[in-house]
Structure formats: C-alpha cells, structure tokens
Ligand binder design. Structure first.
Ligand code: AKG
Ligand code: FE2
Length: 305
C-alpha cells in the first residue's frame, strides 16, 4: 500500500511532471494532496475560510437553526445528527453539523452580517478561488489523458459547485454508544472534490487491498479526490474512491471544507474516446451533469428534515 501522494503545483516545475504525478494518482487512489498553489489561491484564504467557519459554528444553536437548509437544492445550516446508519443515506448520520452553499445567486440562508462579520465575502472569495483551482486541475487531467488542455474548461465554466463547511465533534454522552462515524464510507458524486482539512485528522481512504489509509493533515495543502462523474467520464479508468471520516474523540473539534465540483448543469458528459479500449464500447451513455447528479441523489440519499 502506497501513501497518498503530495503533488507540488509550483509553476517552476515542468508542467509535464505535474501532469504525470496527477495522472498516476488518478489511476490508483483517485486521491492526492496539492501544495504550492498560491498563484491560484491566495495563501491566507484557506486560513480565513476555516476561521470564518469556526466563527459560524460558534453562533447560538437557535440562530443556526433559523438558517436551516430547506431542501437539498438550497444552501444553509445542516444540524447535528447523531449516529443513524440508515443505509439509504449516503452520509449515514455522522457526528457533524454543517453549512452548505453553492454558486452565486443560489438560494442560501446566509447568517446576518452583524453576527459573523465578513463571512459571506470570505465564502464567496473562497468559492471563486477554489473554482479556479478545480479548472486548473482539470487542465492537468486533460493533458494527462492526451486531450487538449481546455477539454474540461467548458464543464468548469459557470459550474454549480457545492461547498460544505463541516464541524465534527462528539458530545460526551455519545461515547457510550461507541460511534466514531464522522461521515460514513461513500464516494463523491461530482467530478472533482477539493478539500481543506484542519490539523485534527480523521479522513481515511479505502485502498485496493481494502485497508483504510489516513490522509494526514498536511500544512498548506488541499486534498483532491475524483468523484463518480469523472470515473464515468473516463470509462472507469480514473478512480472515484471510497472514503470516510472518523470523528475526533469527545472534547476535540475538527473543521473541514469540501468543495464539490459538479460542472455546468447543462453540460453533456460523454465518455472520452481515448479511455475506451480498442474494440470495446463505452460503458455508459452520454448524460447531462445535472441529470446525473439528480440520479445519484435519488438513488442514494434520503433527506431527513
Ligand atoms: O470532511 C472530510 O474530510 C471529508 C468529508 C467528505 O468526504 C464529504 O463530505 O463528502
Ligand atoms: Fe466525500
């Protein structure tokens, strides 16, 4: 079992080296970490985003409850749910509360500016910057597949991504239940997920030998993983790998911010020809990004209000 690789995106590196490192990771784990991205994401922005997230979760519960997410499309607060391993729910019910939002103009119950100063601006900045990183990773992935570098650009332009601020913690009493589920094992649905995690740890990836491998918290790094849509797009050549989060022991708090890159809703995802072995057919028919995500949602997730 190999470690999850850490790939420097330093612009001084030969581009082909970055491309090959990313390709190797996509063919195995579909998980890697990236560093040296400050030409795309300002150095202080991830710190600001985690700080704003901590600030949000410190609001009184009643305030957070008033910002509750109403359905799976809109953004807002997702309250803490204690363990409930309902199999039809992709995330189980781990020990976490969340706040999610999507692209600009998307309905979201934002907290009042007077309560969390600068929160919305920080989150918008974060969204835009990480969107650019997703598009740049798309270019490296395209080159690695022998495609033109702008092959995925159209998919990432005006994409509808989802960002989730996640706060993992365990109230004392749940220790007696013995549950340590932060997020139950799952694969992501979209194309690329870019995750910022703090220094607590707990994210694990299932390797080819069915062992859980930790993705260690790494200063100034983002975790990148491919989702089911990119696996399908590449005819299963690139991997969307199962992962989970072990929640920290009572008394510790973990914060993370996954950015789920799901593409322009009306974009039609059609199997990349060069990923189909000679003499074989594509495994999947073309599908609109939006229709694919809806299908995934309906088949695996039952929202409990
Ligand atoms: O919080 C994390 O480290 C990962 C969360 C995750 O996998 C997800 O929300 O899809
Ligand atoms: Fe995930």
């Amino acid at each position: 079992m190999e470690n999850i690789s850490t790939i420097s995106l330093n612009i001084q590196r030969p581009e082909q080296d970055i491309v090959e490192d990313i390709r190797a990771a996509c063919l195995t784990y579909g998980f890697f970490q990236v560093t040296d991205y400050t030409h795309i994401i300002p150095k202080e922005l991830p710190i600001r985003a985690l700080e704003a997230s901590r600030q949000f979760f410190q609001l009184p519960l009643a305030t957070k409850q008033s910002l509750r997410k109403l359905d799976h499309i809109s953004g807002g607060y997702e309250p803490y749910k204690v363990l409930n391993l309902e199999p039809s729910n992709k995330y189980g019910f781990g020990h976490n509360e969340g706040f999610s939002f999507a692209a600009i103009n998307h309905p979201t119950a934002w907290p009042d500016e007077s309560l969390t100063h600068g929160f919305q601006v920080t989150m918008r900045d974060y969204y835009d910057a990480v969107s650019s990183l997703a598009a740049q990773l798309g270019r490296y992935i395209a080159i690695g597949l022998g495609l033109s570098r702008d092959y995925f650009d159209d998919f990432f332009t005006d994409q509808l991504a989802h960002v989730k601020l996640a706060h993992y913690y365990r109230p004392q009493e749940s220790d007696s239940i013995g549950s340590n589920v932060g997020v139950a094992a799952h694969t992501d649905w979209g194309a690329i997920t870019i995750l910022l995690q703090d220094e607590i740890g707990g994210l694990e990836v299932l390797d080819q030998a069915s062992q859980w491998v930790e993705v260690p918290p790494t200063p100034n790094a983002f975790v990148v993983n491919l989702g089911d849509l990119l696996q399908r797009w590449t005819n299963d050549l690139y991997k969307s790998t199962k992962h989970r989060v072990i929640s920290p022991p009572a008394g510790l708090h973990r914060y993370s911010i996954p950015f789920f890159s799901q593409g322009r809703p009306d974009y039609i995802v059609k199997t990349i020809e060069s990923c189909i072995p000679p003499g074989k057919e594509a495994k999947y028919p073309p599908i609109k990004a939006e229709a694919y995500l809806k299908l995934k949602f309906e088949s695996t997730y039952s929202m409990v209000a």
